[in-house]
Design a protein around this ligand. Structure first.
Ligand code: ZN
Length: 402
């Protein structure tokens, strides 16, 4: 087999395109492949697809996948058609999209490795500018996000995460049934729900949303009520337990002032008993024996978690009443506050049990997103940050040509 034929096959080039010449430069470790088209070929206008007269050609070059350790470039004179209706246009060629200096194979490689590597590492490995990597990712993420199918969407999760080391927030909207991010808004005011509704209404009827699962943050509650009046607000186990954990930690920190045994135990109280090591169990036991408020608050958490094991709504309602009663009589300020809050919002909690709705999947996605943040660290542009979030947690259909 001739070299040109081999390259032609591996590139998947079809008539009228063919490999005209190959230049291998061993000192520069570079391969240049020159493509051309058969004489007399007519091309379609890229706008209306009508076969049109050839106007002229433009020389272009694209970076392609490396040939072993040789950087490889494709060259071609790209035809410009003269359509009666659309005038002079550069035609579409099969190995690339318009206005990029890379082949589709090359871009697909970038997209694939971007889930595992930082953008700067990719740029360095492949020897292209970081901005080029971001431009490629932005193109494919935008395209896939625009095509995201939201039909059947009815259960939403909402969560805010801090960015820029806690100085500002973004609100993330999740499709809880498909475990994916579907929308991102800056800030965590109630108006993020207005913008989310505007976004949704381009794709589906926003009134199809039946449940919105969130934490007890007043701006979210207000936003959901105002912009999704048909949806039920749900407070799921994940968020409630998180509030309980925060309460335990507050109790522990204030109690630590007079009881140094509580030092370095913060993470122990976050766990369930079955996940504690033998050493931790012994430690918890000794702290319980000291009759600490922290150990008591922990017991309240264990009791609260059992609520989600109850499937009968009347029993669950009663259980909340009981828990609230003991909580408000606990003599622990933080538990009392939480007990009142839980009682006040018990309707949304019961909805989470009834609808079996949990933001649990969000935790996994949020970990992925945190990784993504580390990857885009140093970039001020929030545009790129959002691309990375979608790339990691949007379950997008991205190109897989390589
Ligand atoms: Zn045309």
């Amino acid at each position: 087999m001739e070299d040109k034929e081999l390259i032609q096959i591996t590139l998947g080039l079809l008539s009228p395109w063919f490999v005209k010449d190959i230049d291998l430069n061993t000192s520069k470790r570079r391969m240049d492949i020159y493509l051309d088209f058969s004489k007399g070929t007519k091309f379609s206008c890229p706008v209306c697809n009508k076969l049109s007269e050839l106007h002229d050609t433009k020389k272009k070059v694209w970076r392609h996948l490396d040939f072993f350790h040789y950087e490889t470039y494709l060259h071609a004179r790209v035809p410009r058609t003269k359509c009666n209706e659309h005038g002079v246009k550069l035609v579409n060629v099969p190995w690339t999209r318009q206005n990029t200096g890379f082949t589709l194979f090359f871009e697909a490689l970038i997209v694939a490795i971007s889930k595992e590597m930082t953008v700067s590492a990719i740029a360095e490995m492949i020897n292209i500018h970081e901005d080029s990597v971001w431009r490629i990712l932005t193109h494919y993420v935008n395209k896939a996000a625009a095509k995201m199918d939201l039909s059947g969407l009815d259960t939403i999760g909402v969560d805010e995460i801090s960015v820029k080391k806690g100085h500002s927030y973004v609100t993330l909207f999740y499709d809880l049934n498909k475990s994916r991010i579907i929308h991102i808004e800056n800030g965590k005011k109630r108006s993020v729900f207005k913008k989310f509704r505007e976004y949704l209404s381009k794709k589906i009827d926003p009134d199809n949303i039946k449940y919105i699962s969130m934490d007890m943050y007043p701006a979210f509650k207000g936003g959901a009520r105002e912009y999704f009046p048909n949806a039920k607000i749900v407070y799921d186990k994940f968020h409630i337990v998180k509030m309980m954990n925060d309460a335990i930690d507050k109790v522990r920190r204030s109690e630590y002032q007079s009881n140094k045994d509580l030092g370095k135990t913060r993470f122990m109280w976050l766990k369930n008993p079955e996940n504690l090591s033998d050493r931790e169990i012994a430690k918890i036991q000794s702290i319980k024996d000291l009759d600490t408020k922290t150990a008591k608050a922990y017991k309240f958490k264990l009791a609260l978690q059992r609520l989600w094991e109850i499937k009968n709504m009347d029993v669950a309602r009663e259980y909340i009443e009981k828990w609230h009663y003991w909580g408000t009589h606990s003599n622990i300020k933080e538990v009392i506050t939480l007990a009142k809050m839980i009682k006040r919002n018990s309707h949304g909690i019961l909805e989470s049990i009834k609808g079996n709705i949990s933001n649990g999947v969000v935790e996994g996605l949020n970990n992925k997103i945190k990784t993504a943040f580390k990857r885009s660290y140093g970039l001020k542009t929030e545009v790129y940050r959002n691309k990375m979030i979608f790339l990691m947690a949007g379950k997008l259909s991205l190109p897989t040509r390589c």
